[in-house]
Design a protein around this ligand. Structure first.
Ligand SMILES: Nc1ncnc2c1ncn2[C@@H]1O[C@H](COP(=O)(O)OP(=O)(O)OP(=O)(O)O)[C@@H](O)[C@H]1O
Length: 243
């Protein structure tokens, strides 16, 4: 499998001088196309910084990031914004839907922002895959939390991005609803060939991934394939995440 995201010796330092914080330290990793990756680690280990650097939301202090073979280094903010809009999907803990827009308007918003047309067949397929048929005209307030996150996932998929990044996508959901959303993300990988990279604190969520990357103090210190929630929890305990 080819890597859709590549980080080579990526470091990120916030601040300067005495107050400088090294949030990432020479992180090198490749994310294979069509894979589901969970990023875990103790609080402050650099998970969000990793996601932000990989997604072009933040610029590394050193090292290089590639997305689908395109180097992000040297891109200006306009180019990065365009790249994020066209080639990356995002799913956040807080859904981040526009309350005044309907389900379909929310899903197609990235296309309208990019000035692109709507492929009706593709839209119908996405709405069906995320299980929102019959809800197209609803507004977010008329939906459950799980349904709202399904809208956000559909919105992330609508541009056929190279990769979907999730920042605690199930963090605001109850256990059962979270499992439904994780099952959907798994289907997005298995059925659509999408690549998903998700930051999570939850070993159960991580167990839906193909690979778990463990960050500690800004470095990738371990990875695990075929994770189970028990193995993930045990590894996190050894990292000192929950002591
Ligand atoms: N904008 C910033 N300015 C200064 N320091 C920052 C900034 N963002 C993050 N940091 C610091 O960088 C380190 C890594 O932060 P990051 O948010 O990536 O960790 P995390 O693993 O996502 O944490 P959490 O699980 O608590 O969300 C922390 O020490 C944090 O305080």
């Amino acid at each position: 499998m080819t890597d859709v995201v590549r980080l080579d010796a990526v470091s990120k330092v916030y601040g300067k001088g005495q107050g400088a914080v090294a949030a990432l330290r020479e992180v090198t990793v490749g994310i294979p196309r069509g894979s589901f990756t969970a990023v875990m680690g103790p609080s402050g280990s650099g998970k969000s910084t990793f996601l932000h650097c990989a997604a072009g939301l933040d610029v590394p202090s050193a090292g290089s990031v590639q997305l689908g073979g395109t180097a992000l280094n040297g891109m200006n903010e306009t180019q990065l914004t365009e790249l994020r809009r066209q080639r990356i999907g995002f799913v956040f803990q807080a859904f981040n839907l526009v309350s005044s827009l309907t389900v379909v308007e929310n899903i197609t918003l990235p296309l309208r922002l990019a000035g692109a047309g709507v492929d009706r067949a593709w839209l119908a397929e996405i709405v069906s895959r995320v299980g929102l048929e019959g809800r197209a005209g609803h507004r977010p307030a008329q939906l459950s939390g799980g349904q709202q996150q399904r809208v956000a996932i559909a919105r992330a998929l609508v541009t056929r991005p190279e990769v979907v990044f999730g920042d605690e996508p199930t963090g605001a959901l109850d256990t059962m609803t979270a499992r439904d959303v994780l099952t959907l993300l798994r289907e997005v990988v298995d059925g659509m060939g999408q690549t998903v990279v998700m930051v999570t604190h939850d070993p159960v969520a991580a167990s839906y991934a193909d690979t778990v990357l463990y960050l500690a103090d800004g470095r990738i210190v371990d990875s695990m394939t075929a994770p189970t929630s028990e193995k993930v929890a045990e590894r996190m305990t050894r990292l000192g995440a929950w002591v």
